[in-house]
Unconditional design. Structure first.
Length: 203
């Protein structure tokens, strides 16, 4: 055994999550590496907290039925986006199609096993829990030290700023090594001086 067994009837307290921090559209979010889930999905409420303009980027989904262990799940569409796994030696970008669920209540994105296969994501469950992506097994990614309840990430509340982030910064290349605070501060500066940028109408 790699670790000591817990006391009798306390085994349920010894488990650890497979939740880690990622960046989606330059906003920090949580993702659950779920090897038992074939579908990559997210609940609409959590998505609203991290990406307020998600509805304008939604792709249609038809003829597919989803269900969880307890009830049917109702898909609203597909979000085609990148999940960035930050790392000091080089971040990894995973291109994903996420099914947005109407009645999913999880406070994180669920990454299904399809992306484990194509990107080579391996979870290590020995003494030190971590995961790797691809051929570089020395680049170890850490799991999130999950509190009892994960707070929903608060995002910009200003309607015009939300539109600016969703529309004007959608293709911007912001350094993924920046902290969440630094990214928010940078976005605030870009939004404040957005009139100085060139546009299709005013090059």
């Amino acid at each position: 055994m790699c670790k000591s067994k817990p006391a009798r009837c306390k085994g349920y307290t010894a488990g650890a999550s497979c939740i880690t921090s990622i960046l989606m559209n330059y906003i920090e979010a949580k993702v659950n590496l779920d090897t038992g889930e074939f579908c990559t999905c997210v609940g609409k409420d959590y998505l609203q907290a991290i990406l307020p303009g998600w509805k304008s980027h939604l792709l249609p989904i038809e003829g597919v039925q989803f269900s969880s262990a307890s009830n049917n799940m109702y898909p609203l569409g597909i979000l085609d986006t990148n999940l960035v796994f930050p790392h000091p030696t080089g971040s990894v970008r995973v291109k994903t199609e996420i099914v947005v669920m109407y009645n999913c209540t999880s406070h994180h994105i669920i990454l299904g096993n399809y992306y484990f296969n194509i990107y080579g994501i391996d979870i290590n469950n020995h003494k030190d829990r971590y995961f790797t992506i691809g051929e570089n097994k020395r680049q170890k990614f850490a799991f999130y030290n999950m509190p009892k309840k994960i707070p929903v990430i608060s995002s910009v509340k200003d309607t015009y700023k939300e539109e600016f982030v969703s529309n004007q910064l959608v293709e911007a290349q912001i350094n993924p090594s920046l902290s969440a605070k630094m990214r928010h501060e940078l976005i605030d500066v870009l939004y404040t001086y957005n009139n100085a940028f060139a546009s299709d109408n005013e090059p």
